[in-house]
Write a protein that binds this ligand. Sequence first.
Ligand code: PAN
Ligand code: ZN
Length: 189
Amino acid sequence: MLNSAALLSCFDPGLGTIAGVVPVKRCLSDLRGCFADATAYEQARAAGNPVIYTVAGVEPGGGEGDLHYGVGLIRPGRVGAEYFMTKGHLHAWRAAAEVYIGLSGRGVMLLEDEVTGESRTAPLEPHRVVYVPGGTAHRTMNTGDAPLTYVGIYPAKAGHDYGAIARNNFRCVVVERDGRPVMVERNQL
Ligand code: PAN
Ligand code: ZN
C-alpha cells in the first residue's frame, strides 16, 4: 500500500528541516577526536558545547530496494583552522553509494577511498551533486559563513559505520588558509 507520509516530505532548504521530522543534533562534544588540532578543540569545549550540525532523516522502509534520505544543516564556524564538520562515516554495507545535493550555503566534502587511502574534496553547494561511491569514507564541512544545508540519499540497507573513523580518522583535514579551504595531510598540520 502507498503510504502518503513516506511518499512526500516537505523540507526547508534554509533551515535544513523536514516538516514533522525531529532532527538528530550533534554538538561539539560529539566530535571529540575529529579535529586534528586537539588544543583548539579543548579551548572551544571550554567555551561551550554548541550544536555543530543537525540531520533530519526519513526512513520509509528497510527493504532491499528502498532508499533513505536526510537533510543536514552544518553551522558555520571553525575549531582552530578546521571548519565545523560532520563526524563522517563509511557505510556498513560498503558497496552502498550516496548522492549529496547542495541546498544552501557553501561547503566541501572530504572523500577517502577506504582501500587506497586516496583522498579528495568536492564542493557541496546549490546546483551541485556529489556522488559518493561505495567504499568511500565521507565527511562534510561548512566552509562558508552561513549555514550549509544539503540532502543525502542512500540505500536503506547502507547502515552507518562510525567505528572505523573513530579508530583511524580521515588521513586528511580541510583547513582555512588565506580565506580558502585547503586539504592537507593530518600528520602534516
Ligand atoms: C548523511 C550523514 C549526515 C551526517 O545523511 O549522515 O551528513 O553525517 P554523519 O552521519 O557522519 O554524522 C549520510 O551520509 N548518510 O549516509
Ligand atoms: Zn553516508
